[in-house]
Design a protein around this ligand. Structure first.
Ligand code: FCB
Length: 471
């Protein structure tokens, strides 16, 4: 564990930016990224096991096979959370652990793990927040059509009932899905993520079936755990036109439609945006939307989860020089532009104003819904230094600036209830394998040694102070 110099200047003093009492200060993870133990206790492969095992899909041929061994080390990890003073922890449940092969019924050994985890969290005074689907679809369900099949919503409702029946008495916050945009557009649209399908029509169908699954799960959760807060986590983003030329503004409208409104409108307003339906007419006639589907999808939620990393800067691509392929069905009519300024180790722009913009915009457009920032954080090339510490001043600065932006939104009337830093631990960063470190806690993947980074110690101070300085 590190000896450290916490930059006191960024912690709150009397007059600074305080968050409301009861605010949830958390950290987030996802099952496939941390658990390991992929063949233990009856778990069967997910689409990410298959994808990772496919040569060329994941950097260095990495996979979640061992990951951070959280399945076995969860008690130590909860101790680290308690040491940081976290008030909440967002984890995801692995569907193929609980329902191997995606079949109805339950694998008790798999479900027991989450039961123990939840008890361990509660004993440490930490609110458990569960995500039901963070991208690890049972491979057996993908083999019969995956999110392309309408009846997957029934499967998901059944899985939800199984998990909620066991954990629903203790889990206070539920996310049905994590970032359905990634599942649909990265998984089925451009094939960059598992299961690696590349067909925009399939991506739009998957979008609808993911939303159907969400709606069905909300209904089940509401019946099973009426006192819990229920919602989903979306990667809503600030989409900015590169100039104020009408063609660029229209390009931004298209991307905003396909990133944000295609999910938020059905869930919060009960309809798909008509401009998105028109924009995508060359890929689908949307006949996969049946009567009453939107009623299911718009089952009322209690809280919206927002995952924010960076804004997008987009412009029009001329018809004779179409832009490069993207995850979005746009006929090459939209080009993504590099953003000015510093970037993280992911190459993602550091721009806290985008966070404030998203929070304020959602509140303005959809009403004052309670919001949790369910993910925000940054990858940097962290190393354990000679003094045994991890001096990640860049992450402290990143988080500090994003906390300030979140506070600005709060002061502007956004009903912000909590903030989960991505991530608790360094972990398997999907196609980047173990090459990107997002953790508050450094993991040595050879020894599995955990080291609280300076940012973890700093976060402890933020939590204790209830906020940050304006600086
Ligand atoms: C999000 C994912 C999360 C993590 C971060 C960096 O899109 O939800 O699992 O990979 O990005």
């Amino acid at each position: 564990m590190s000896t450290l110099a916490v930059p006191q200047a960024t912690l709150a003093t009397e007059s600074d930016l305080r968050f409301p009492a009861g605010f949830w200060w958390g950290a987030a993870t996802a099952a496939y990224q941390i658990e390991g133990a992929v063949t233990e206790d009856g778990r069967t492969p997910s689409i990410w096991d298959t994808f990772s095992a496919t040569p060329g899909k994941v950097e260095a041929g990495d996979s979640g096979e061992r990951a951070t061994e959280h399945y076995h080390r969860y008690r130590d990890d909860v101790r680290l959370m308690a040491d940081m003073g976290l008030s909440a922890y967002r984890f995801s449940v692995s569907w193929p652990r609980v329902q191997p092969h995606g079949r109805a019924g339950v694998n008790l050994r798999g479900l027991d793990f989450y039961d123990r985890l939840v008890d361990e969290l509660l004993a440490a005074g930490i609110h458990p927040a569960a995500t039901l689907y963070h991208w690890d679809l049972p491979q057996a369900l993908e083999d019969v059509g995956g999110w392309g099949r309408r009846d997957i919503a029934d499967r998901f409702a059944d899985y939800t009932a199984t998990v909620a029946g066991r954990l629903g008495d203790r889990v206070r916050l539920w996310n049905t899905l994590n970032e359905p945009w990634c599942s649909a557009f990265l998984g089925y649209g451009c094939g960059a993520h598992a299961p690696g399908r590349a067909d925009y029509h399939d991506a739009l169908v998957a979008t609808h079936h993911l939303l159907m699954a969400h709606g069905r799960a909300v209904e089940v959760l509401r019946a099973t755990c009426p006192a819990a807060q229920i919602g989903l986590a979306v990667n809503a983003g600030a989409v900015r036109p590169v100039t104020d030329h009408p063609a660029d503004v229209d390009a931004a409208r298209r991307i905003d439609g396909l990133l944000n409104r295609i999910f938020l409108d059905p869930v919060l307003r009960g309809c798909y945006p008509s401009d998105v339906q028109a924009d995508t007419a060359s890929w689908t006639d949307w006949s996969f939307v049946h009567d009453d589907d939107l009623t299911i999808i718009s089952e009322p939620i209690d809280a919206l989860g927002i995952n924010y990393y960076q804004p997008d800067l987009v412009g029009a691509a001329p018809a004779d020089r179409p832009g490069p392929a993207t995850p979005y069905p746009t006929d090459g009519r939209v080009a993504f532009h590099p953003k000015p300024g510093p970037v993280t180790d992911m190459g993602w722009a550091i721009d806290p104003s985008g966070l404030q913009e998203v929070l304020v915009r959602i509140t303005a457009d959809y009403g004052q819904i309670p919001i949790f920032i369910t993910e925000n954080g940054a990858a940097f090339p962290d190393r354990v230094a000679a003094d045994g510490a991890v001096h990640d001043a860049d992450r402290i600065d990143f988080l500090h600036r994003h906390f300030v932006a979140a506070h600005e939104a709060l002061s502007g009337g956004v009903d912000l209830r909590g903030y989960f830093v991505w991530s608790l631990l360094d972990n398997f960063e999907w196609v980047h394998g173990y090459s990107r470190r997002f953790g508050l806690v450094h993991v040595d993947y050879d020894t599995q040694a955990r080291t609280l980074k300076d940012s973890a110690h700093w976060y402890r101070g933020v939590i204790a102070a209830g906020g940050v300085s304006r600086r």
